[in-house]
Ligand binder design. Structure first.
Ligand code: GDP
Length: 298
């Protein structure tokens, strides 16, 4: 898969897509900086981060004449610098099973991401078990079963409306008995009643800790890039109700809002483990800061 966000790059929007076409050099002045800031903000980078990026770019360069391609690569370098510390694949623990709790609002791409991850781990020779912990959404359970079939991974389910914690406990047991390397637990994404969801997640954690007091080893928050700045609020909320250890950003294909990743990295510094770049099973890519930055500025 092509891991770069497929959309017009930011600078392409004011300078045109072809750098040659814009060979004349432009003076880096306040007006230029302002239009760069506006562009970054329009990508949902957030005002603070956008201002910092342009300030770094301007440092020692005000009044200089730069070609469009120079501006592009300077901007991309500034963005990549912010992103590099957060680009980390999902850490693998020697623990068996490694327990990955997957959280996020409904529609963010939890189910799809679990399917894609399961497939990648399978391809790497790992044994995986999935628990369909969103027991209140029959559609989510069915969808997860479809993904499990595609990835060749067993999916544990429970009757609709039953206690997700009890399913999680059974899943732990099965994963241990099977000698599975990885257990991924889907969870509900109903933020309407935050206290309920918090209690539900806490109970799942309590119950799996009965079998392994170091679990869960990762709590993955799945975010939808097309929600733009909303993603920041979701991180805030989920960090309050769970122990978020890393992020997966979905739907980076075809969105102009990819700048929100920069804002997230700048504000929270949480690792970005992977990015979703499509609806198919192979459309999950490692996060590559330079590629991302270049695609964003275009
Ligand atoms: P959940 O409710 O959080 O489990 O979300 P789903 O996994 O069911 O995903 C919601 C919708 O987003 C589905 O139509 C998915 O096909 C779609 N989706 C998930 N990830 C991606 C992605 O990376 N790119 C695109 N284009 N669509 C995605």
């Amino acid at each position: 898969p092509d891991p770069s966000p497929k959309k017009p790059g930011l600078l392409g929007r004011i300078f045109g897509g072809d750098a040659k076409e814009a060979e004349p050099r432009r003076v880096l002045d306040d007006a230029m900086l302002e239009s760069l800031e506006e562009l970054l903000i329009s990508s949902d980078m957030g005002v603070d981060t956008a201002l910092r990026v342009t300030a770094n770019l301007a440092e020692g360069r005000m009044g200089r004449k730069l070609s469009v391609s120079e501006i592009k690569s300077l901007l991309a370098a500034e963005i990549a610098r912010i992103m590099e510390p957060v680009a980390k694949p999902l850490p693998i623990y020697p623990k068996k099973p490694q327990v990955v709790l997957v959280v996020g609002v409904n529609g963010s791409g939890k189910t799809t991401t679990i399917g894609k991850l399961a497939s990648q781990f399978r391809a790497a020779g790992k044994q995986v078990v999935i628990a369909a912990g969103d027991t209140f959404r029959a559609a989510a359970v069915e969808q997860l079963q479809v993904w499990g079939e595609r990835a060749g991974v067993p999916v544990l389910t429970a009757p609709e409306g039953s206690d997700p914690a009890s399913l999680a406990f059974d899943a732990m047991k099965k994963a241990e008995e099977d000698g599975a390397d990885l257990l991924m637990i889907d969870t509900a994404g109903r933020l309407q009643n935050r206290a309920d969801l918090m209690e539900e997640l806490a109970k799942i954690v309590r119950v799996i800790r009965k079998r392994d007091d170091t679990a869960p080893h990762n709590t993955l928050l799945v975010l939808d890039a097309t929600t733009g700045q909303n993603a920041l609020q979701q991180v805030d909320v989920f960090r309050k109700i769970s122990d978020v250890s890393g992020l997966v950003m979905t739907k980076l294909d075809g969105t102009a809002k990819g700048g929100v990743l920069v804002a997230l990295a700048d504000r929270f510094g949480l690792p970005i483990h992977a990015i979703g770049v499509g609806e198919q099973i192979d459309d999950l890519a490692p996060f590559d800061p330079e590629e991302f930055a270049q695609a964003l500025v275009g």
